[in-house]
Design a protein around this ligand. Structure first.
Ligand SMILES: [Zn+2]
Length: 201
């Protein structure tokens, strides 16, 4: 299939249609009881619905069409979208982690509408995730569907499970990267990528 004819992008995980809202609301009410709270109190009365809605939203990426264009001018320098806002849910604690993604690629025969790089991040971020896995999934997906000469993805994120609990490492950011193709193999391309992302490579 040609990249330009790709159908609407769908994430590999569950979508909103797989979420059982009634069961999720019951489970939140049960959790409140288990935590010694009264889900019948005025402030908590509507909380199970709000929590179920919030999780459904955080687990459902917006669908998008992968619009690509022929690289008519033969542009062969790095294309980089920096500081793409990123929010996801830690798979281990069901708490948010958030930060920014830097996504770059060295074009092959096709180029991508720039806003689509942010949508690809969202496609995988709206899921229960591990940051390392999220980073790799974005890189793999771009490699597969855009077939560029190289792909680089860096994610810098603060994890609420680290900031709010235990070590209370507020402000501490976890940095992960995934490189493919020329950005992995070629030292100069790799250095340029990391220099432009502002992350020490
Ligand atoms: Zn966690």
């Amino acid at each position: 299939m040609r990249v330009s004819e790709l159908p609407t992008a769908r994430p590999p995980g569950a979508g909103r249609e797989d979420i059982d809202f009634a069961a999720a609301q019951r489970a939140v009410a049960d959790l409140l009881v288990a935590l010694g709270r009264d889900p019948g109190s005025e402030h908590l009365a509507d909380t199970p619905r709000r929590v179920a809605d919030a999780y459904a939203e955080m687990l459902t990426p917006r669908e998008f069409n992968l619009t690509t264009f022929p690289n008519d001018e033969g542009y062969d320098e790095l294309v980089l979208a920096r500081d793409i806002p990123m929010q996801s849910l830690c798979m281990h604690h069901m708490l948010p982690f958030h930060g920014v993604a830097h996504v770059g690629y060295l074009p092959g025969e096709r180029i991508l509408g720039l806003s689509k790089l942010a949508r690809v991040v969202e496609l995988f971020a709206r899921d229960f995730q591990v940051q390392e896995r999220l980073t790799k999934q974005v890189a793999d997906w771009l490699q597969e569907y855009l077939a560029p000469v190289g792909v680089g993805v860096v994610i810098e994120a603060e994890h609420m499970c680290m900031s709010l609990r235990g070590v209370r490492a507020t402000g501490s950011r976890t940095v992960t990267s995934a490189l493919k193709g020329a950005l992995r193999e070629d030292g100069r391309s790799r250095q340029e990528f990391f220099a432009l992302t502002g992350v020490a490579g």
